[in-house]
Design a binder for this molecule. Structure first.
Ligand SMILES: Cc1cc2nc3c(=O)[nH]c(=O)nc-3n(C[C@H](O)[C@H](O)[C@H](O)COP(=O)(O)O)c2cc1C
Length: 337
């Protein structure tokens, strides 16, 4: 992987490719890879994960350890997904088109047995292009749509209906992004009613990305969402927010198995993934570092990065006496915050 990182470093003029991607060097850099303003939300995502500790206990039956899981009805090699990232040239400063990036990430994840989320942007092609790629892979991917006003949504859902895709995610926390708020068809805050309407327009599961409170989770439930992503957009939409790992457990309790709960923000290793699973998440999205793997190593870079994370997760399962993902329960970690 060092070679991939070196290559990514040579290609990126904005991302510094730090030894640990923690938001410190790039704080406030948007465009760029940082968190918004002081960068504190991104930094906190990473720091608070360090305050969840693994409870080592190896006294267990010596059976096979299997990190495979399901997203809805689809089996994946491990519950780790590539988060949607758009604007590769603008943010990483890498000479790679979003189209090429999308191809690398979808194919790289498929080869590793798991799924990538794709991005969206002001131009409808930024949504429909990735959709074509997902369709080409037999529906192996999750399209992500910004919370556009109605005409922007209708256009994209019409396109979605004609393609094979595993699910639709919508990053509702993009509602305040200045660039999108002032585009020809702008983004907007979505009410429960509007999200319900969106759900009714779909023939695939709806994932609402950008939930940080119990109240938000309850509203997603009212809208009949199939899943949420506990996410603060990697700290890029609001300064001085809590870390996602801090709010996960209470949201999981509120949801009480009525929908799938995913999480992202600051996850870097399979050990980090284990922590979220122990606190009740069904899966973890990883953003910035997997993006670097795609830039520096192409499709193969993504596959290798996911395999490494899967192996780290599997090793942590061995050290905690877990044979399956379902055995990763609350007692396997200690929360120190
Ligand atoms: C450069 C950049 C671009 C992003 N673009 C999108 C996007 O288009 N849609 C979206 O839902 N999230 C987007 N995100 C947020 C990620 O999907 C994810 O929530 C976040 O990066 C997770 O944190 P991590 O990078 O620390 O793993 C973006 C994040 C970054 C860093």
């Amino acid at each position: 992987m060092d070679e991939v990182r070196e290559k990514a470093k040579a290609l990126c003029t904005r991302c510094r490719v730090c030894p640990v991607c923690n938001g410190l060097a790039c704080k406030g850099e948007i465009p760029g890879m940082g968190g918004k303003d002081s960068g504190s939300t991104f930094i906190r995502n990473v720091e608070k994960l360090r305050e969840v500790k693994i409870n080592l206990d190896v006294i267990a039956e010596n059976r096979e350890v299997d990190p495979s899981s399901f997203l809805f009805e689809t089996r994946v090699s491990c519950p780790v997904y590539l988060a949607p990232i758009a604007g590769i040239t603008n943010n990483y400063g890498a000479p790679i088109s979003d189209e090429e990036y999308t191809r690398r990430t979808l194919e790289g994840c498929q080869a590793a047995g798991t799924l990538a989320f794709t991005g969206d942007g002001v131009k409808p092609e930024m949504f429909t292009g990735p959709l074509e790629e997902i369709d080409r892979l037999g529906g192996w991917g999750i399209a992500t749509m910004k919370p556009w006003q109605k005409p922007g949504i209708e256009l994209r859902i019409d396109a979605l209906r004609q393609k094979k895709v595993l699910a639709l995610a919508t990053d509702i926390d993009s509602a305040g992004l200045p660039l999108l708020r002032h585009s020809a068809i702008p983004v907007e805050n979505k009410s429960v009613e509007q999200l319900k309407e969106l759900k009714q327009m779909l023939n695939v599961p709806l994932i609402i990305k950008g939930i940080m409170t119990e109240a938000g989770a309850l509203k997603a439930l009212q809208a009949k969402a199939d899943a949420i992503v506990v996410s603060n957009h990697g700290g890029r939409v609001q300064d001085e927010g809590l870390a996602t790992i801090e709010v996960l457990e209470s949201i999981v309790k509120t949801v009480d198995h009525r929908m799938t709960v995913l999480i992202d923000g600051g996850f870097r290793t399979g050990v980090d993934v284990f922590k979220a699973l122990a606190l009740g998440a069904d899966g973890v999205l990883i953003g910035r570092p997997l993006g670097l793997a795609a830039i520096g190593g192409g499709k193969e870079g993504v596959t290798e990065a996911i395999k490494t994370i899967r192996e780290e997760l599997r090793q942590t399962m061995i050290m905690t006496g877990c044979h399956t993902i379902h055995e990763i329960t609350r007692d396997k970690v200690t929360v120190c915050f």
